[in-house]
Ligand binder design. Structure first.
Ligand code: GLP
Length: 235
């Protein structure tokens, strides 16, 4: 699987920004698959500060915590509003509804949204255990959008955004591995030494459900965008 290594996350984010720009100039109605977490923050800053116009484009986010209303400061709705949508409104922006009392109907409706708006460019981060979206190790490669349990390590990793670990949701609504693989192009960004081991496993290790991101080796148009620290163990 191809990858590009940049000196730092700023230049790596700039490269992804250029890709967004190119995509949008070719097709103002591009459907972007978007991610949360600290990894895409620099990209979103570049987009916010740019003169790009997303008013004809569509966004579909990967996931949302289950049990958090959209106005909760740690919800992914809130994150996306703050990081991107307030400055750059899209024609339509979709995120799973984390406050639904009918998750089964919600995930079915969400997968239908993905099918009706095929994603052209999907952005991903990667969890320390190789998760993409909230597809934890062991997630079936044929999984679609669904309600998932978060692993203890993910709950601990995400604790930094909450006042205490008890406040971190234990479940999420997440696009599945197969939902992500439907995208025409997938760009996984990973920065920092803390991601270096899992990046090596995902890129150079076996394709296995134990390392969800390794499935991208099977994608015809996936690209890893790394900084030097995250690329440390690559052969
Ligand atoms: C979360 C998100 C993922 C994200 C990952 C890594 O659990 N659901 O989409 O890629 O964490 O987060 P970060 O970019 O902060 O390292």
């Amino acid at each position: 699987m191809p990858y590009q290594v940049y000196a730092d996350k700023e230049s790596a984010s700039q490269a992804v920004f250029e890709l967004f720009k190119e995509e949008l100039s070719t097709n103002p109605q591009t459907v972007f698959g978007l991610a949360t977490g600290s990894t895409p923050e620099k990209l979103y800053q570049l987009l916010r500060e740019s003169d790009l116009d997303f008013s004809q484009a569509t966004s579909i986010n990967l996931d949302e915590y289950y049990g958090l209303p959209a106005d909760h400061p740690q919800s992914y709705h809130y994150f996306m509003q703050k990081e991107l949508f307030a400055a750059k409104p899209f024609r339509a922006s979709y995120l799973p509804d984390g406050s639904t009392d009918n998750p089964q109907a919600e995930v079915k409706a969400y997968e239908a949204i993905i099918d009706q708006n095929p994603i052209q460019v999907q952005i991903l981060g990667i969890g320390h255990n190789g998760h993409i979206g909230f597809n934890e190790p062991g997630s079936p490669f044929d999984s679609l959008t669904r309600l998932v349990d978060l692993t203890q390590s993910t709950i601990e990793a995400n604790q930094r955004f909450f006042d205490s670990i008890d406040e971190v949701p234990t479940q999420a609504l997440s696009m599945g591995i197969a939902s992500i693989m439907k995208a025409d192009k997938v760009i996984l960004m990973a920065f920092g030494e803390e991601k270096s081991k899992i990046v090596q496993a995902a890129l150079e290790g076996p394709v296995t459900e134990e390392v969800p991101a390794s499935v991208l080796q099977n994608h015809p148009n996936a690209l890893f965008i790394l900084d030097q620290a995250a690329a440390k163990y690559l052969k």
